[in-house]
Design a protein around this ligand. Structure first.
Ligand code: FES
Length: 316
């Protein structure tokens, strides 16, 4: 599997989003067009410290000249958002990957309900804008702790079909997910992106919905990596078998044998390491594949998923 090609960009502009979120416009250094970006897509940003972080694109386009991302400064930052907020300046260079989209809009949806919490508005903004421009039936509910935490207020406030909901205006209570979903048409496609408790509530409340109508985008890993090891991975094309030891992911085991494959987030949220499974049953731990896709076992994310069988045969 080829490693992802990196694109060298320059920070064209930094804009204020909210008290803890800035918007960064990234433009290719060589002035060429960037790869097309669909609503819901994200890019991986490679920081000088070798950290790789995923950020949703705020604008979609066929031949974009720049990408716009929103970066919230995480209080528990391990060097990603804190570096971007404290060190990154206009004119600095930054390597990025081409967009991936694990959160695409269903083209034939008759109704779409977008549920965004906090920074989870970042993929939703251009999803909402595209559906609106195309005349689709779309509703957006954007929930934040308070008005001062909300991005794009001037764009969204007062728009038909948009509900802004602030916890501090409801005695600190969170969005009532069950009530929101009870009002959604049965054929609606449901999208949710936001903090982990919101996503978990959404997944609980949508457990009985048709799986194809439920779409979730995670910004952080929802599950522990499988690092129990004790199985082997046979690479069908390379003709070699690698043992995965306790404490290792499949990706780490391959690397320790000098085998390089595509990867990015290494926590099961971006899809870069998706690998075809030819035999064996993976122990899926990612947040990219749907429940149906996990059951089918056609592919797995080798950065975080393990094996339920003594051997996995991969198309590598
Ligand atoms: S590297 Fe991102 S899902 Fe595996």
């Amino acid at each position: 599997m080829p490693e992802q090609r990196l694109i060298q960009t320059r920070v064209e502009c930094i804009r204020f989003g909210t008290h803890d979120t800035n918007l960064y416009e990234l433009r290719p250094v060589d002035g060429t067009e960037l790869p097309a970006a669909q609503p819901g897509a994200h890019i991986a940003v490679h920081l000088p410290s070798k950290l790789v972080r995923q950020y949703s694109l705020l604008q979609a386009g066929e031949k974009p000249l720049s990408y716009l991302i929103g970066v919230k400064r995480d209080a528990a930052s391990r060097g990603g958002s804190s570096f971007i907020h404290e060190k990154l300046r206009v004119g600095d260079k930054l390597m990025i990957e081409a967009p991936r989209n694990n959160f695409p809009l269903a083209p034939d949806a008759r109704h779409t309900l977008l549920l965004a919490g906090g920074i989870g508005i970042t993929p939703m903004l251009c999803m909402w804008q595209q559906l609106k421009v195309q005349g689709h039936n779309v509703r957006l509910i954007y929930s934040c702790r308070s008005r001062k935490d909300a991005l794009f207020l001037a764009t969204l406030d007062g728009e038909p079909g948009v509900t802004l909901r602030f916890d501090d205006e409801h005695k600190g209570s969170h969005l009532d997910m069950a009530a929101v979903l009870a009002g959604a048409p049965a054929d609606a496609h449901l999208y949710c992106c936001g903090p982990l408790p919101m996503l978990q509530s959404f997944e609980r409340q949508t457990a009985a919905w048709p799986a194809g109508q439920v779409h979730v985008e995670y910004f952080s890993s929802a599950q522990e990596q499988a690092t129990e090891g004790g199985f082997s991975v046979k690479l069908a094309r390379a003709g070699i078998t690698v043992a995965v030891a306790s404490g290792q992911s499949v990706l780490a085991a391959l690397r320790s044998c000098g085998i390089s494959t595509a990867s990015s987030c290494e926590e099961g949220i971006c899809g870069a390491c998706e690998t075809k499974v030819l035999a064996g049953i993976p122990d899926h731990r990612d947040s990219v594949l749907s429940d149906g896709e996990k059951l089918a076992n056609y592919t797995m994310m080798i950065c975080c998923s393990g094996s339920k069988t003594p051997e996995l045969v991969l198309d590598l």
